[in-house]
Design a protein around this ligand. Structure first.
Ligand SMILES: [Zn+2]
Length: 50
């Protein structure tokens, strides 16, 4: 399921990429989350539920 997503080995790396993508207009808002399947970090456009 997450094999098609890019995974990051640290939250810092994931957030750095998220900031870059938002700054370039590629994405409006991204957040990083720890994947329970591969235990790496992914970025998502979805809003946080909490
Ligand atoms: Zn994953």
């Amino acid at each position: 399921m997450c094999t098609r997503k890019r995974a990051y080995d640290s939250v810092g790396h994931a957030l750095g990429t998220a900031v870059h993508r938002v700054s370039t207009g590629e994405a409006r808002a991204l957040r990083a989350y720890r994947c329970p399947y591969c235990r790496l970090w992914h970025l998502t456009h979805k809003r946080a539920l909490a």
